[in-house]
Design a protein around this ligand. Structure first.
Ligand code: EPU
Length: 338
């Protein structure tokens, strides 16, 4: 039986810790709850927002519609030869899933340790870190289609994954709600240790043949050292995407800024470290009232306590303008602005 609450604070439901009010809020524990909710056409017509861990969102004002908080649980696995299929409810905390896999020696999620957020949100922005993206381990997901009330299933190819992007951010935005995800992992570790920061840590610790647990521990420690913990300092991870520019433009920039941090992504394109661009413009660790960029990672914007969503938003606009002026690169926000 679902219960729609009214005028509910969202402060604890977004990792920026911004205090805004939702006109309506409902907690969903199963796909059947969604059926029950949308049997009432009032909710189909209203402005809606689906929340997982609330870790990739910035509320700049009260939300006048319905917030749907996904709490669907369940976590199980099935081993088939060398493959393991892990099926998790959309409300499972992402890192609980990672721990479940690491403890059992199932390989594939370890580089994605400690990413905040939920299983249901993981495909939407194709979460990624330290050389691995969700698309590398995503097998399928189930989603509730709001218009028809049907359950749909999506394969990896159906999701049209891109850099922090998928069909759920584009064509299907607002149309479906992910209820369950199946990941395809391996019982044989095929570790990805290419990322510079991982290699440095392995070297420092004298680990020559790392196992899954080593990678998970190292990634967790790198994150803890570099990124603020949202339970004490509000933040939503990287606030901007790393911009991708044409290689010609990159070469031109490189002649002026030889230390520019970049990665080739093929097809005549170059990905630039947004953190570097922001730092180079003098914004790293800068504070403005209750907001600022994190001292160890300029790509992360933080709420020191009482920042409003619009404080953080306008701070981000200053950064965008400055980066544009200096490098002629337009930073794009990765966080969803509401
Ligand atoms: N850098 C700076 N100054 C900074 C930050 C970074 O110069 O203040 C340069 C450094 O040279 C560093 C390089 O940028 O080596 C890359 O930095 P980092 O390894 O921290 O990664 P990132 O590109 O800034 C991306 C993801 C993160 C993910 C890390 C690790 C995006 C938008 N962000 O950040 O994802 O954890 O790689 O793989 O792609 C997130 O999406 O919320 C997120 C945290």
């Amino acid at each position: 039986m679902i219960k729609v609450l009214q005028n509910h604070s969202l402060k604890k439901l977004n990792t920026f810790g911004v205090d805004v009010i939702a006109r309506y809020l409902v907690e969903i524990n199963s796909a059947d709850d969604l059926k029950e909710l949308f049997a009432n056409s009032k909710w189909k017509e209203m402005d809606r927002l689906v929340l997982g861990g609330g870790s990739n969102i910035l509320f700049t004002k009260d939300f006048e519609g319905l917030i749907i908080k996904i709490n669907i649980d369940g976590l199980k696995h099935e081993v088939k030869n060398d493959e393991v299929y892990i099926t998790a409810g959309g409300g499972i905390v992402w890192n609980d899933l990672v721990n479940y896999c690491v403890e059992r020696g199932f390989a594939g999620t370890e580089n994605l340790s400690l990413i905040p957020g939920s299983v249901g949100a993981s495909p939407i922005q194709n979460i990624g870190a330290y050389g691995v993206e969700l698309k590398d381990i995503f097998y399928s997901c189930k989603a509730f289609e709001i218009e028809t009330g049907n359950m749909l299933e999506f394969s990896n190819a159906d999701c049209a994954f891109g850099y922090r992007d998928s069909i759920f951010k584009n064509r299907l935005k607002g149309k479906v709600i992910i209820t369950e995800v199946t990941y395809k992992l391996s019982t044989h570790p095929n570790l990805n240790t290419n990322y510079g920061a991982i290699q440095q840590e392995l070297h420092k610790r004298g680990i020559i043949q790392p196992n899954i647990k080593d990678i998970s521990t190292i990634v967790s420690e790198i994150r803890v050292n570099k990124l603020p913990d949202p339970s004490t300092i509000g933040n939503a991870g990287s606030f901007f995407k790393n911009p991708i520019i044409m290689v010609d433009k990159f070469r031109h920039l490189q002649s002026t800024f030889p230390d520019i941090v970049h990665f080739s992504v093929g097809n005549g394109l170059e990905k630039i470290a947004a953190g570097w661009l922001i730092e180079k413009c003098g914004w790293k660790g800068k504070k403005m009232g209750e907001t600022g960029t994190w001292k160890n990672q300029a790509l992360v914007l933080v709420n020191y306590g009482n920042a409003t969503g619009s404080d953080i938003y306008s701070f981000s606009s200053h950064i965008i303008a400055d980066v544009k002026n200096t490098f002629d690169i337009e930073l794009e926000r990765e966080v969803n602005i509401i």
